[in-house]
Design a protein around this ligand. Structure first.
Ligand SMILES: O=C(O)CCC(=O)C(=O)O
Ligand SMILES: [Fe+2]
Length: 277
């Protein structure tokens, strides 16, 4: 990690403001070192050189889906990811927006090979079912955030290789994106390798087509308030060795300190009472 320890507090203030009251995203350039980026790429590539790593969602192009590869559960795959997931800027900014005991829902990679198609414009879990508002409580809106995302660029992101696209301000609409409006309003966030993009999950966004001859990989972190169910079952899938070595921050992210659901009566006694009634 680049040594900026004194600066994270200042950047965090700016980032919280940008996510809560500004465009809905904040880009910190060149946060991770070239060595960290190289290590992350090496591991992700080793786990996705087979087409089985192809994704199953976001987009029409079934014939090209093998060119977009996912690697899940990165925390088991290298110390570099354990460091990335709890970067001080992530912890400071998302703690303010999601509440102190916020948790991790997923830590995964999105690797776009040359020729990979773009994703469908979307909003992130748990909002990505919002194309059917009936799945959500009545009155759902953008009044507070149930998801914040981190995205780490593991290559230089350019317009040509599919830099992430966003519609600034769209998070306040509280709606699933319309493709036509997205096409008219999006911008692409180009950045150097090792950059850290923070955004709220309600912002309309997607990865764009990789029209270059090189690869374009991102590491995606999903962070949630403590009361939203995580998308990946990290409590069951993160190795005991990673859990046992966890810092207090990682402990929090894995939800290991969460109180609910709680057993508020002895089940034997409770069942016996029930039978008597
Ligand atoms: O890799 C990117 O640029 C964004 C990916 C993304 O938004 C997702 O997979 O949900
Ligand atoms: Fe996304």
């Amino acid at each position: 990690m680049n040594d900026m320890s004194n600066n994270w507090d200042n950047l965090a203030e700016e980032a919280v403001e940008a996510l809560l009251n500004g465009p809905g995203y904040y880009l910190a350039e060149s946060v991770f070192t070239a060595d960290e980026v190289a290590a992350a790429n090496r591991i992700i590539n080793a786990h996705s050189d087979v087409a089985q790593a192809a994704t199953h969602f976001h987009g029409e192009h079934a014939d090209k889906i093998h060119l977009q590869r996912r690697v899940w559960n990165l925390l088991n795959k290298g110390k570099v990811f354990v460091d990335m997931v709890q970067h001080p800027l992530v912890m400071k900014v998302f703690g303010k927006i999601l509440g102190r005991q916020f948790i991790l829902g997923s830590f995964a990679a999105n690797r776009l090979l040359p020729g990979a198609p773009g994703q469908e414009p979307h909003i992130d879990y748990p909002y990505w079912d919002l194309h059917d508002p009936d799945e959500f409580p009545a009155g759902i809106n953008a009044g507070f955030h149930m998801n914040c995302q981190s995205l780490i660029s593991l290559h230089e992101f350019t317009a040509e290789n599919g830099a992430t696209a966003v519609v600034p301000g769209s998070q306040t609409r509280g709606l699933y994106p319309s493709k036509e409006t997205f096409d008219d309003e999006h911008i692409q966030l180009t950045c150097p390798p090792g950059s850290l993009l923070l955004f709220v999950g309600m912002i309309w966004h997607c990865s764009m087509p990789n029209n270059s001859s090189g690869e374009r990989t991102s590491v995606l972190g999903q962070y949630l308030p403590k009361f939203v169910k995580p998308m990946e079952a990290l409590d069951r899938s993160v190795d005991a060795a990673v859990r046992d070595a966890a810092t207090p921050e990682l402990h929090q992210l894995l939800g290991l300190d969460l109180r609910y659901p709680e057993l508020l009566e002895d089940s034997e006694a409770g069942n016996a009472e029930g039978r008597k009634a």
